[in-house]
Design a protein around this ligand. Structure first.
Ligand SMILES: Nc1ncnc2c1ncn2[C@@H]1O[C@H](COP(=O)(O)OP(=O)(O)OP(=O)(O)O)[C@@H](O)[C@H]1O
Ligand SMILES: [Mg+2]
Length: 367
């Protein structure tokens, strides 16, 4: 009697099916019929893979069969196909039922519907990808503007030198001098392109790198605008090795410095100072990369929103409001750390907190 009540309780609240040892369906409850869109008659006696979704790799089924045939319980979220071709997701538990000799008699699968949750998650992932792409495009635009900017001056110089070169064609010494000058300018222009190219090299593989190297790369890219805006940068660091993608950390730092630069301008600050430091935080067991500016600070009312996508206080031609959102995603998801902010007395400090990285045996930097 008690057993019957258990059975009813499970069946009324879950999607239940049973199969024989070969996977042929021997029982389905109403919930199973409802979610799969098949009638009981269509299901009984056919293989359970009638609801198999073509997108699920066969390795998943191998894993299922390996588990249950070794008399263990299998648990997973499974993507299934309904009769009408639509997809549903179920959190599934498959339990092998054994007889008194310990042999498998049948399998019972109990599941519940998680389609809504999974679809929401997939939708969010899609959104995040789109935001990433958007911000990448924005920063690409910024980079191109930066190159164009850094080329302006040498182009003007080159123009002048070529003019001089033409004038001096009768004077060998002068000709030689202007010819050399032109070559130097062109070399310098190639160097600028090279710096940017290196930065944009798709380095998707994680590798060991020195944290200060990422900061130096970022400072190299921002050299010109920092000088022009009269911003002094003080950088102090301990040499710390980290495993990850160096360019991505540079991108975060560029975003943070860019924000400070905008704030200096907006608040009309006279003595513009950015302090960057990298330190091992012994008691907390992590590394701290701090970027502090004296650009006026961030208002208490807005500071809790600055990491949200599209949050910006800037004119739409200046900011999209994705900078800090993407920066925090990179720090969390790619570097495994945290991006924190604090602001007091007209200063803002962004801290990138990274876990202390334990190296593999045999890695170059510690052995
Ligand atoms: N160092 C800073 N000092 C003062 N305000 C800041 C600083 N950093 C960020 N903020 C504030 O946080 C907001 C959000 O920054 P975020 O980088 O996400 O977007 P944005 O700079 O406005 O646009 P985008 O980076 O997409 O070009 C900024 O609009 C600004 O109000
Ligand atoms: Mg920004």
């Amino acid at each position: 009697m008690l057993l019957k009540q258990y059975k009813e309780a499970i069946e009324s609240s879950n999607i239940v099916s049973k199969t024989d040892i070969n996977g042929i369906i021997t029982f389905v409850n109403d919930e199973f019929c409802k979610i799969s869109g098949y009638s009981r008659e269509e299901l009984l006696g056919v293989n359970h893979n009638i609801v198999r979704h073509p997108d699920v790799p066969s390795s998943k089924f191998e894993e299922l069969w390996d588990t249950i045939l070794s008399k263990k319980t299998f648990k997973s979220t499974v993507q299934n196909l309904a009769k009408d071709g639509s997809t549903f997701y179920v959190n599934t538990t498959v339990v092998p039922i054994l007889d008194e000799n310990g042999d498998i008699v049948e399998f019972i699968a109990i599941r519940y519907d998680v389609t809504k949750e999974v679809e929401l998650r997939l939708e969010n992932e899609q959104k995040q990808k789109l935001l990433f792409l958007q911000s990448r495009q924005a920063s690409l635009g910024q980079m191109i503007a930066n190159i164009a900017h850094q080329w302006k001056q040498p182009l003007t110089e080159l123009n002048l030198t070529l003019y001089n070169l033409k004038k001096s064609h009768t004077n060998e010494d002068e000709f030689e001098k202007y010819y050399h000058e032109s070559k130097e300018i062109v070399k310098n222009m190639s160097k600028i392109i090279e710096d940017f190219m290196n930065f944009f090299k798709p380095a998707r593989e994680k590798e060991d790198f020195f944290l200060h190297k990422s900061v130096e790369d970022a400072l190299k890219i921002l050299k010109k605008p920092l000088i022009e805006e009269d911003i002094k940068v003080n950088f102090e660091y301990e040499s710390i090795n980290y495993n990850g993608i160096s360019n991505e950390l540079s991108q975060v730092i560029i975003n943070l410095i860019q924000n400070a630069k905008d704030a200096f301008k907006q608040n009309n600050i006279k003595n513009r100072q950015i302090n960057i430091s990298i330190n091992q935080n012994q008691n907390q067991n992590n590394t701290l990369l701090k970027i502090q500016d004296n650009a006026g600070g961030i208002d208490k009312k807005i500071i809790e929103h600055i990491f949200e996508p599209y949050f910006t206080t800037k004119h739409s031609s200046v900011g999209t409001g994705l900078g800090l959102f993407v920066a925090s995603l990179i720090v969390e998801q790619s570097l495994g750390g945290k991006l924190l902010v604090s602001s007091e007395r007209k200063t803002t400090t962004f801290s990138i907190e990274l876990p202390i990285h334990h190296h593999n045996k045999g890695c170059k930097c510690c052995h």
